[in-house]
Design a protein around this ligand. Structure first.
Ligand code: CAA
Length: 389
């Protein structure tokens, strides 16, 4: 059987960010609550010229070449920020990325779990068709509203995963443990532009789902914490992952506890600067782990926990591939983050409240402050238009 997994990882986040210390001052909170208690330093801020489609395309453009375009049979977009209840964002992405016409393109919704559902589907497809590839993208803008409890856990961005046989970065293993339970911890009715959340309950449920699938995984595989080199988590904010790690650390000896904690801290670098990107958050943490984690080598087993409110949890593992360093973009994403422009709280609030027309009137979008490759440029007759430079 062929080895199948992640061959390339693309990442995009909008070109603006807000410093969490500035936000804390504006909201009358202690900065340490945000930077230590929540574990976030900065938060991505989205201009009107970026939406889930343009961000997905910008992430895809980081990784796909013409050979990939001719081999991609599946374009799967996971999102919980859809702007259309019928037309799939994956169709725009397929067109704007110029992927061969005879592909299946569709959008999956299951809160922050959707990209993982797509990844597992893509893995099965490529296992059956090892000469073909699949593109899985998680793209979201996390919005709880100004001066809400969830505001500090907002963010925006997209992750693109190219799934192929003999992958360059991560070989996905067969065994996976998952569970579903109907709960109301976080949701967004279609009439609301903001997520609704029972914050404390969502934290408890995240941990409960993690414990369930981790224990199930151990039962299924006869593996233990000793077999895991590093954990990667869905990170709504980095402290959430820290709490999850603390649940399992007591199963390890002292040296292993230290090693797992150290590499976990290293893995947080990108997430601390971007915030929650919902469907892409786990894969941003995986990228950050692979780029910033010290001492990783081929054959190391990474344990990934995906959580989508509502809720589904899944724990699965991947083995680091032989040439993973070559497959990574080295400094490209560190640079993308460093080049972003800082905004003030007033500028963030202005961007946050700038809305597209909902009455069918036309708006030409000024993209002068956004040099991203793909941008939303016009809305007219309830239709969105994009350009790719
Ligand atoms: N210095 C250091 N730490 C401080 C501090 C200070 N001055 N002041 C407070 N803190 C600490 C608190 O002790 C607390 O730490 P612990 O959780 O370890 O106890 C932490 O800062 C947060 O403080 P609060 O619990 O008082 O914060 P809050 O009531 O404002 O709410 C939140 C935090 C519930 C995460 C809220 O931001 C929220 O609702 N976020 C959205 C929901 C969410 O992200 N849920 C995660 C699980 S669901 C999921 O994963 C799906 C998804 O993507 C949404």
């Amino acid at each position: 059987m062929n080895k199948v997994g992640i061959g390339k990882i693309g990442f995009y986040t909008p070109p603006f960010y807000l410093d969490m210390t500035d936000l804390a001052h504006a909201r009358g909170d202690e900065p340490a609550k945000y930077t230590i208690g929540i574990g976030q330093d900065q938060m991505a801020v989205t201009p009107i010229s970026q939406d889930i489609v343009s961000m997905a395309v910008n992430a895809g453009l980081q990784i796909i070449n013409d050979e990939d375009r001719s081999k991609i049979d599946l374009v799967i977009v996971g999102t919980e920020s859809a702007f259309d209840a019928s037309k799939s964002s994956a169709v725009y992405v397929h067109e704007l990325l110029n992927i061969q016409p005879h592909a299946r393109s569709f959008e999956i919704k299951h809160a922050c779990y959707a990209a993982t559902a797509g990844l597992q589907m893509a893995k099965d497809y490529v296992t059956l068709h090892p000469d073909r590839k699949a593109l899985v993208i998680g793209t979201d803008v996390a919005r709880y509203g100004l001066a809400t409890g969830g505001e500090v856990t907002q963010g925006a961005g997209a992750m693109a995963l190219l799934v192929s046989a003999d992958p360059t970065i991560l070989i996905l293993e067969k065994d996976s443990a998952y569970t579903t339970k109907d709960i109301m911890d976080f949701w967004r009715p279609v009439y609301s532009e903001y997520a609704m959340v029972d914050g404390k309950y969502s934290n408890e449920q995240y941990l409960s789902f993690f414990n369930t699938v981790w224990n199930l995984y151990k039962e299924k595989t006869n593996r233990s914490i000793a077999d895991i080199k590093a954990f990667s988590f869905h990170l709504p904010y980095t402290k959430m992952g820290k709490k999850a790690l603390q649940e399992v650390l007591p199963e390890a000896d002292d040296a292993k506890q230290k090693a797992l904690s150290a590499i976990f801290e290293e893995s947080l670098a990108f997430n601390r600067l971007v915030g929650n990107i919902y469907t892409g958050s786990l894969y941003l943490n995986l990228l950050s782990l692979l780029e910033n984690g010290k001492g990783l080598k081929a054959g190391d087993r990474i344990g990934l926990f995906s959580y989508g409110s509502g809720a589904v949890g899944e724990f699965f593992t991947g083995l680091i591939a032989e040439d993973f360093k070559k497959g990574l973009a080295s400094d490209k994403y560190t640079e993308l983050l460093a080049k972003r422009q800082q905004v003030t709280v007033a500028e963030y609030e202005a961007m946050f409240t700038q809305n597209l027309p909902e009455d069918g009137s036309a708006l030409t979008i000024d993209t002068a402050n956004d040099s991203s490759a793909c941008r939303l440029v016009e809305v007219k007759d309830h239709k969105r238009s994009y350009i790719v430079k």
